[in-house]
Design a protein around this ligand. Sequence first.
Ligand SMILES: [Zn+2]
Length: 135
Amino acid sequence: MIISGTKQRPLCPVHGAAFVEQPGRHRPYLRCGAAFHGKRCDLTAARSPHDRLWRVNDQATARARRGAHLAFDQLWKAGIMRRWNAYAWLARTLGLSRAECHIAHLDEAACLRVAAECAAVNRAAERAGFLGASK
Ligand SMILES: [Zn+2]
């Protein structure tokens, strides 16, 4: 459910290469250095601002995480829940403490679940005729 992190910047578990910044781009993550030397590697490393730990992610996880964030952000951006309440609801739904509950720390399966749970709430709010106030 939660991807464990490391204090030290990790090496690519497949290639043993250091994760490096992509030249000429500002990205919130680092790519496997081997990917710049002809190797196929979609793994990235990112340091969480929440616990300052590094985590390695593949593209499927990154995609699922973007989907989870979009669906989750809709809950509070549409005014269905206040942002703090939305995080409290998400933590309860996943069985995590509020401190543990960060989408950036979740694995692919958990991110897919977050997207599905949030979509269900968004649909229910829509069915109930909730218009929401965009903030
Ligand atoms: Zn690699």
